[in-house]
Design a protein. Sequence first.
Length: 331
Amino acid sequence: MTAPRSRLFIIAAASTAVSLAALTASAGAQEAAGEAGTVEGAITVYTSVTQDTVDAVLVALAETVPDLEVEVFRAPTGELDARIATELRTGGLDADLLWLTDPLSIQRYEAQGLLAPLEGEAFEIVPEAYRGDTFVGTRLLNLVLVSGADVEDPPASWIELAEAEGVVMPDPGFAGSAFAALGYLATSDDYGFDFYRALKDNGTVVVQSPVDVVNGVAEGVYKTGITLDKIARANVANGAPIELTWPEPGAIALFSPAAVVADSDDPGAAQEFQAFLVSPEGQAAIASTGWQPVRDDVEWPYEDTVVSADWDELYGSQAELLEGFYAIFGD
């Protein structure tokens, strides 16, 4: 007997357009998954995760839990924060689950008491460094180095980057991933703000985003920059004249958290989706779009040595760290 077809809706919010797309898995795939997927329900997910990753996860979900209906509102972090703030002022959050880009965003909502406790054995597979009392990491965003293909002896470590010329990096006040680098480097005894002073002394330029970094290096405007591994690999695959370097002692990682909203209309279904994100199937779907999975038992063909800031310690110190950064790069 063919399992019921699940309905999965994606609402992609951007500054130029709002679109609605329906994704359905094949009837054959749903029939194969019918016995495994027993949870029914309908939830709304708010996310800032990249669209291709959302799409891949929803397709995999439909094959595994076909009776779980998921409506997704997706927007960049700033727009999503604004929507959540508006809803909280006007009666309450409409989302059942938040799937965000960086730990600091979710910690803010946890501090406001908006999130349900993280419960269940399904989450124990995720390293403790990538989960908290209310949220669990779903993927790693890794900050690496990218250099022009014609650059001789490009920096191979974070220390060497501080000694290099022609460097470009994203703005930590704009990009959450760039703040992850600031949080790790500025608070480390091995680097500190002296690292950033050295970059400034050597002429380092700050641009808005990791994408801008890759574009500038590919165009030959800069020699080397800091960007995300997925962005660099995608550009290499498209023929950009750049090379990715996985720096010593490791790429700087931040994790993308998911949390159930405390006032969810269907907390059981929301937790099922949260658990799916860290299941082998969910993690494989995430990895297929170029992000490192948080599980060690899911195939990942690339380098995986990472370092990371202590996100619990960083929470609440964002303003201080950004003030220190802009005291160096504010002109």
